[in-house]
Write a protein that binds this ligand. Structure first.
Ligand SMILES: [Zn+2]
Length: 393
């Protein structure tokens, strides 16, 4: 088994990894904005070359997700999921290079999607190409899910694959940038709308009205109180962030309404929206006891479940062994702070899933997003090892 893994890693072509990542960055796929079609065509060509018979699945919105399987043995099955879309590049002046040129600067590939996650997609495809080049037969099968629309919640990407009944594998890797650490859990989110209702009055006679903005301000200053003390071993504590505010109608009026969008991130185990919302209401009730004019309502506008994988899942062990062999260090188990498509595999299909890829998530969505070329190649070599061993004889 180790020989197979070593042979697979040795067959990775470093130039191929970089060239593929550059080509994907040039296939612009901002979301919202341009579609993923050019990037989907590109990976389809690569997968055809690997003999993986790719096909494209499109949901109602027509967005492309490419599905392709290598190997047809009776052994274990593994899905590798990566998204083809990126967040927008934003203003060109904030970048020191063209975000869609795929330039290498000081050993780092710079561009939109370099780490999130065209670089990891290139690493996985190059890892699979190494298996073919080394003549390594898979006892099971490796299925690529290269999807649309992850950046806006996956509705038109992995969710479509789920609805087509394609999430059937024994294990999955979601290749988001994890610094090659083993991310076994991810947080979820509750998007809460808080609204205060006051009474309008002439701005020169504020005592005749009830100021909805002032009421909201008192609530927001104590917002941290809605987060429970519970600590998840990998994800830490939940968080809360007042994200967007709107209120008032004119500079010379007492405002009668103020609305705030609140981003409350949940940890695994927080599965009941009512329980997450209850502390918001307790806080509002406490403030109303001090000032009966406060009229504040809260509701959950959108909810995404947190997710976690068993720590002892065989795919997690395969990743630890491969990474240790490749880098000389045992990777830590961690939690992923953002929401990924892993939740579809874990929560909807009960598939043990690890978020694992090269690149640093803190550079994702930034200007001058980048990934070290060396880490890209290490990622490809590690993926080659994982594919060879987990799907071995
Ligand atoms: Zn991503």
């Amino acid at each position: 088994m180790t020989d197979r893994a070593d042979a697979a890693a040795a067959a990775v072509d470093a130039d191929e990894v970089l060239a593929l990542a550059q080509a994907l960055i040039r296939a612009r796929s901002e979301n919202p904005g341009a579609t993923e079609d050019e990037a989907a065509d590109l990976v389809t060509g690569v997968l055809l070359g690997l003999g993986a018979a790719p096909h494209t699945v499109r949901g109602e919105a027509g967005r492309p997700s490419v599905v392709a399987t290598m190997g047809a043995g009776a052994g274990s099955t593994l899905a590798w999921n990566g998204h083809l879309d990126t967040v927008p590049a934003g203003s060109r002046d904030t970048w020191s290079v063209d975000p869609f040129a795929g330039e290498v600067v000081d050993g780092r590939l710079v561009g939109r999607g370099a780490c999130d996650m065209k670089g990891p997609v290139a690493a996985a495809l190059a890892g699979a190409a190494a298996l073919v080049r080394a003549g390594i037969e898979l006892a099971g099968s490796l299925t690529f899910h290269l999807v649309a629309d992850e950046e806006l919640a996956g509705t038109h990407g992995t969710q479509v694959l789920r609805d087509h009944g394609l999430l059937t594998q024994a294990a999955a890797i979601v290749g988001e940038p994890s610094n090659l650490e083993v991310a076994l859990a991810e947080r979820g989110g509750a998007w809460v709308t808080a609204t205060t209702y006051g009474a309008a009055a002439h701005g020169s006679q504020p005592h005749r009205g009830v100021n909805a903005i002032t009421g909201m301000a008192r609530f927001l200053l104590r917002l941290e109180e809605v987060v429970p003390d519970t600590v998840h071993p990998l994800c830490g504590r939940a968080t809360v962030n007042a994200a967007l505010i709107e209120g008032g109608s004119a500079p010379n009026m007492v405002p009668d309404r103020c609305v705030v969008d609140i981003d409350r991130r949940t940890i695994p185990g927080e599965t009941d929206p009512d329980k997450v919302l209850a502390p918001f209401r307790t806080l509002a009730d406490g403030l109303r006891a001090e000032d009966p004019t406060l009229n504040l309502r809260t509701e959950i506008r959108e909810w995404i479940d947190a997710a976690e994988s068993p720590v002892d899942a065989p795919i997690a062990d395969a990743i630890r062994v491969a990474t240790t062999a490749e880098t000389g260090t045992t990777p830590p188990d961690v939690g992923f702070t953002g929401i990924t498509d892993a939740r579809f595999y874990l929560n909807d299909a009960a598939i043990p899933t690890v978020i694992f890829g090269p690149g640093d998530l803190s550079l994702a969505h930034t200007a001058d997003e980048s990934i070290a070329v060396e880490e890209l190649v290490t990622g490809a070599r590690t993926y080659a090892r994982i594919f060879a061993s987990f799907l071995g004889g």
